[in-house]
Design a binder for this molecule. Structure first.
Ligand code: HEC
Ligand code: HEC
Ligand code: HEC
Ligand code: HEC
Ligand code: HEC
Ligand code: HEC
Ligand code: HEC
Length: 274
């Protein structure tokens, strides 16, 4: 890590928003034991393939009038898939003293939240509301003095969230999360991979759809799987979990190569005992 970045990080820590930290804890508590999903391939619109009832009390009957009645705060709902967007980020989930311009609506309880800046069901362009970007966006609500008194003139914060590109499904191991940082819906559609609501990897080529993030040992209890000590050492189970690197080599000259030849479904039978 470059020295300036560390200094900036230390500086950020000092000024870290207590609100964001509290919310992060709330999300972790709420998220325990829940499987998180990404968009299934096909619908490019953000959340277009998600269950509406996951967020809207009206479920499938959601419309513009009742859409604001959500099953939990947006910090919780959105934080499940975007945990970093609520840490070291613009504060969210509080009632501001001054009402922002109409282009940046507060929620029903008067809170500034994710949907104040983001158009949830849009696609592309960071899902931003309005046409202002960068510092100009910030100046829609803040004045110049607000940034002038900051030691870096606010430049470090004007990106919105410091943990950019932060999609990490919380139940995935670190390696799968790394793979998904490139193989999510943003990359080449031919190689785009999704992890859906039930924790199933959906390969674009639909070669194999497979559970991921599940504890291998627990699965073996019910039979149908070979005991953990009998499976090839080439199959990695980080934290005991099914991972992209259980089937694919994580670090190899031939990127994405399977951990072993799958002729006759040899890879599958390493684990499956049918
Ligand atoms: C991750 C949570 C989440 C999911 C899943 C979700 N929505 Fe929403 N939706 C929101 C939020 C947040 C808003 C903004 C609410 C507000 O303005 O107070 C919203 C707004 C809306 C609106 C109002 C118009 C707009 O675009 O702002 C409609 C209509 C809507 N959603 C329909 C749907 C439908 C249909 C589905 C299922 C395919 C769905 N939503 C799934 C969170 C979600
Ligand atoms: C089920 C998981 C899931 C949930 C819940 C979710 N997102 Fe996302 N979000 C994604 C995925 C996957 C992408 C990347 C694909 C894309 O750009 O559509 C994404 C992308 C984004 C982006 C960046 C879009 C871009 O073009 O760069 C924003 C902003 C965003 N989400 C905000 C939100 C907000 C706000 C909520 C809560 C209402 C939310 N998300 C809830 C999965 C989710
Ligand atoms: C929709 C209005 C709105 C927009 C847009 C907005 N802010 Fe804010 N921001 C607020 C409000 C309200 C607060 C709460 C503190 C206050 O009232 O000044 C706040 C707080 C902050 C804080 C925390 C201050 C502290 O001392 O804890 C920072 C830093 C900040 N904003 C930076 C930015 C940056 C950078 C941007 C552009 C990416 C931005 N804001 C865009 C409304 C907004
Ligand atoms: C004050 C405005 C503001 C608020 C409030 C806000 N964001 Fe953002 N967000 C931004 C800006 C600015 C960007 C950068 C957009 C771009 O790419 O141009 C961004 C980008 C994102 C991205 C994509 C890039 C990344 O960092 O991964 C996600 C995901 C996201 N926001 C989620 C959220 C969630 C979830 C919330 C609520 C907890 C939220 N945002 C609240 C301003 C905001
Ligand atoms: C830095 C971005 C990045 C990361 C991280 C990444 N990949 Fe890839 N991957 C790519 C690109 C780019 C391609 C080739 C796409 C193309 O040719 O257009 C690819 C291709 C693949 C292929 C297809 C190979 C083929 O030729 O059929 C597999 C399989 C694959 N990746 C698996 C993985 C796995 C598993 C991980 C995590 C261990 C991972 N990737 C991490 C960028 C990435
Ligand atoms: C149960 C084993 C298994 C798991 C787990 C798995 N894959 Fe695969 N993957 C395969 C097989 C088998 C193929 C087909 C390879 C071939 O035909 O050479 C494949 C193919 C791919 C491809 C090539 C394009 C396509 O869609 O066929 C990509 C990219 C890829 N996997 C990425 C991932 C990523 C990212 C993860 C983790 C999120 C993952 N895989 C998890 C077995 C798996
Ligand atoms: C690393 C071990 C491992 C490998 C390799 C593996 N699987 Fe699996 N597979 C599992 C486990 C464990 C489950 C059960 C997960 C759960 O408990 O939900 C499973 C579940 C499945 C399921 C869902 C069945 C159900 O009833 O839930 C299918 C289908 C499947 N595997 C097919 C395959 C195929 C095809 C291959 C080869 C490309 C393969 N598996 C390779 C461990 C593995």
């Amino acid at each position: 890590m470059p020295v300036q970045w560390r200094a900036l990080e230390a500086w950020m820590k000092k000024f870290t928003f207590k609100l964001a930290a509290t919310l992060a804890l709330l999300v972790m508590a709420a998220g325990a034991g829940v499987l998180y999903a990404t968009l299934a391939p096909g619908n490019r619109q953000h959340l277009g393939n998600s269950s509406c009832a996951g967020c809207h009390l009206a479920g499938d009957r959601v419309n513009a009038e009742n859409a604001s009645i959500l099953t939990a705060s947006q910090e919780i709902l959105c934080g499940q898939c975007h945990p970093k967007a609520i840490q070291v980020s613009h504060p969210s989930g509080f009632a501001p003293k001054n009402k922002p311009p109409a282009a940046y609506p507060l929620d029903w309880k008067g809170d500034l939240t994710c949907s104040t800046c983001h158009e949830i069901h849009n696609s592309g362009n960071g899902l931003m509301r309005g046409t202002q970007r960068g510092k100009a966006l910030c100046l829609s609500c803040h004045n110049d003095q607000f940034f002038a008194k900051m030691r870096d003139r606010g430049v470090s914060t004007q990106v919105g969230h410091l943990g950019g590109g932060s999609f990490v499904a919380a139940f995935l191991d670190v390696y799968s999360a790394k793979c998904m940082s490139c193989h999510d819906q943003r990359g080449n559609p031919k190689f785009a991979t999704a992890v859906d609501q039930s924790g199933v990897v959906r390969h674009a080529g639909s070669s194999v759809n497979h559970p991921i993030g599940v504890n291998y040992k627990k699965s073996t209890i019910y039979g149908g799987y070979r005991p953990m000590h009998m499976i090839s050492k080439k199959i990695l189970l980080p934290d005991g979990k099914l991972s992209c690197v259980s089937c694919h080599q994580g670090y190899a000259g031939e990127h994405g190569k399977l951990v072993m030849n799958n002729t006759g479904s040899a890879l599958c039978f390493e684990c499956h005992d049918l």
